[in-house]
Design a protein around this ligand. Structure first.
Ligand code: FES
Length: 199
């Protein structure tokens, strides 16, 4: 039987943990495309590798994945307004694009550049095979996305998704913990995560 310490090492996937650092080197299947069905649709709460995140689809169809807490006063970005290529915080109106850059702060004087210093944690995203994949690791170690997956030719047998009523809350690990998405290539060195981890 594993000791508590070994069990923690194997199971904990938050930032800075050994397994968390390993998992962050892969592209992670984070949601299906139809969970963000249309431009400027409602934001979606997701929880990946122990991090509470918000996903949104912009006016032009790009997908952003950002931290839940607004960097200003910590309000949840889930309640933000998704409009005109960005998600605007419901509290004081700071607006962020899919790259995490602050693109608008209401009531700032013309020409003020304070917003250029503001960034919300964001993760790169790729949409392929009706799945939205996120990369949560260091920028310098981001692997190329596999050709088979990016071309949309992923065989149906290599993808599976399940869904369950969430009532607007995070993914229920009781359901999502048993979901799998096989690597498109089926090879262990694949840059896509062989396992869905919603913990
Ligand atoms: S808390 Fe988000 S803009 Fe103030």
């Amino acid at each position: 039987m594993l000791s508590k310490q070994d069990n923690d090492t194997m199971c904990q996937v938050g930032p800075g943990t050994p397994m968390g650092d390993l998992c962050r080197l892969f592209w992670i299947p984070s949601m299906t495309s139809d969970e963000l069905p249309s431009p400027d649709c409602s934001p979606l709460r997701i929880r990946l590798l122990g991090e509470n995140l918000i996903a949104f689809r912009t006016t032009s169809g790009a997908v952003g994945v950002i931290q839940n807490a607004c960097p200003h006063r910590g309000a949840s970005m889930f309640f933000g307004r998704n409009e005109e290529e960005g998600l605007r915080c419901v509290y004081h109106g700071w607006k962020f694009d899919v790259n995490g850059e602050c693109v608008d702060i209401p009531n700032m004087p013309e020409g003020d550049t304070y917003r250029d210093k503001i960034h919300i944690v964001n993760y790169p995203v790729t949409e392929a095979g009706d799945i939205i994949w996120a990369y949560m690791g260091p920028a310098g170690k981001q692997p190329a996305f596999p050709d088979a997956a990016s071309s949309g030719d992923m065989p149906r047998s290599s993808t599976m998704s399940t869904s369950a009523p969430r009532n607007g809350g995070p993914h229920d690990p009781g359901f999502m913990g048993v979901s799998h998405a096989a690597p498109a290539s089926g090879q262990p060195e694949s840059s896509v995560c062989p396992h869905v981890l919603f913990t």
